[in-house]
Ligand binder design. Structure first.
Ligand code: HEM
Length: 476
């Protein structure tokens, strides 16, 4: 799949930035979200709407970290902010995140939380299911993520990674983020869908790209020519694509993810309907793609700025005599593990998660009324100095065995979420990132100009908006 992935235009970034500058200065009065019930001893959630209609949307897109940390300093771990007609409760810090993820009184719905954000494009994907139905689907899906299934995916992905990475040019201003997105799209065709590269895979990539962009559109209406409308049409084409190929996958013996989902059965023998497989496939492509692209890109960026760490990781990769990675060898990368964790902490690729309160509830002693839209801010939570000393500094040593006791809360480091919806693909992501980095470290060294910081936009999480140009040098 080789659809072009355009970097966000500088003009669009400048416009967003200017709008944020104007809207952030709007004087907006602090208010309680709702009055807690008498005698409940709960505190109200405090916050303000911000600029009329738009609320704080532009600031949270343009300066998500600064915006969230300022709210945390002013209101604490639970606050609210306005955004395009909604009042959105913001949760930050490990205790608040834990309460939403563990969801002990089943007051938080993922279906309703995610619906206004990505519902039309990813409806009935597993992350958008709730409670018993979600549990039943997860039991079936789990069978497509067993160790032997992962082994099959790694076998399918290794040749493509080697072929692509070794063909990358040694050049200045190599657009790394855009290139790794291409690599992952090709990989999605082969490993997820079991499709051959070529025109069919290119169309698949284009439709997938438009579906994802639909969910991120600022103008959220089916206006002809708009990103939302393009996304809806692309989703329809993806549905037709997967439906048409489903019977053959059910009957076949493929080891790609599509075939595995078709054949997966829970321990009780339940399996997915045709519609389930289609919905899950479309969601899985999205869940895996942008998150992994952000993780690899930001790791390469930080290693480009920190040559000592790059050298240490390279020595570790070269210590493995095999040019190709196996599942058993994955544990032999403590330094890469530490660096990957540090990237997930600094640039949480699934940066904000959504829920809706379907009953009155509380988080960290704050009263949250039914129907509140809730944003779980994973990204900014892992950048709080309360939990991470010098939080903006890249320091993989935080995660090395024997490092200081470090963060003391179970959810201080939680890039894959927690509770029932915790990421099902974390081993897949780990194996994929390591397989790519193994090739890259062995074949290239790279650097970024002194003082270079990529302009960032917001996709599923913080995303380099300029394609991430780096200088690549072939090692032999
Ligand atoms: C660095 C890469 C990744 C990160 C940081 C990440 C992060 C997350 C997070 C935070 C959630 C929780 C969502 C919520 O609670 O609302 C999640 C869910 C999910 N992720 Fe990932 N993810 C990554 C890669 C992947 C990959 C590679 C796959 C598939 C191959 C995947 C599949 C899923 C699925 C299916 C869910 C929904 C699980 C459920 O609702 O039961 N993810 N991911």
């Amino acid at each position: 799949m080789t659809a072009t992935v355009p970097a966000m235009s500088a003009a669009k970034l400048r416009l967003q930035s200017a709008t944020a500058g104007v809207t952030s200065r709007y004087p907006s009065r602090d208010q309680a979200l709702a009055v807690p019930p008498a005698g409940s001893h709960l505190k109200p959630v405090m916050g303000n709407y911000g600029f009329p209609v738009l609320g704080h949307v532009m600031s949270s897109l343009v300066e998500p970290l600064e915006f969230a940390r300022a709210r945390y300093a002013r209101y604490g771990p639970v606050s609210w902010a306005g955004g395009i007609g909604f009042r959105v409760v913001q949760l930050m810090g490990p205790e608040a995140l834990e309460a939403a993820w563990i969801n002990k009184d089943k007051a938080f719905s993922s279906t309703r939380g995610w619906a206004p954000v990505i519902g039309p494009f990813f409806h009935r994907g597993i992350m958008l299911l709730d409670f018993d139905e979600h549990r039943d689907h997860r039991r079936i899906m789990q069978q497509a993520f067993t160790r032997s299934a992962l082994n099959g995916y790694l076998d399918l992905m290794r040749p493509g990674i080697k072929r692509t990475v070794s063909a990358w040019p040694a050049t200045q201003r190599f657009p790394f983020y855009a290139s790794v997105k291409h690599l992952l799209l090709d990989q999605a065709a082969e490993v997820f869908v079991g499709a051959r590269l070529g025109a069919e895979a290119d169309q698949l990539a284009a439709d997938f790209h438009d579906t994802v962009c639909g969910g991120q559109a600022l103008i959220r209406a089916d206006v002809p020519g708009g990103a939302w409308a393009r996304g809806l049409r692309a989703r329809e084409r993806l549905e037709r694509y997967f439906s048409a190929r489903l019977p053959a996958r059910r009957a076949g013996e493929g080891t790609d993810l599509f075939s595995m989902l078709c054949r997966s059965r829970s321990e009780d023998g339940d399996r997915f309907t045709d519609a389930d497989v289609v919905n899950h496939m479309i969601f899985l492509l999205m869940a895996a793609h942008d998150t992994s692209a952000i993780a690899v890109s930001m790791l390469v960026y930080e290693l480009g700025r920190n040559p000592l760490w790059q050298d240490r990781l390279r020595d570790e990769a070269l210590a493995n005599p095999d040019d190709e990675l196996t599942l058993d060898a994955l544990d032999g990368y403590p330094l890469l593990d530490a660096a990957f964790n540090e990237i997930l902490r600094m640039y949480a690729p699934a940066g904000t998660l959504f829920r809706q309160a379907i009953a009155d509830t509380e988080v960290a002693g704050h009263y949250i009324p039914r129907k509140s839209q809730v944003a779980i801010n994973v990204y900014a939570s892992m950048r709080l100095a309360d939990w991470w000393p010098d939080p903006d500094r890249f320091d993989p040593a935080r995660f090395l065995h024997g490092a200081d006791a470090g963060p003391v809360h179970r959810y201080a480091f939680a890039p894959f979420g927690g509770g029932a919806h915790k990421c099902i693909g974390r081993q897949f992501a780990d194996m994929n990132v390591k397989a790519i980095m193994h090739q890259l470290l062995r074949h290239f060294d790279w650097q970024v100009p002194v003082g270079y910081h990529p302009p960032m936009s917001w996709g599923t999480g913080p995303t380099p908006a300029d394609g991430l140009p780096i200088t690549m040098r072939r090692r032999f």
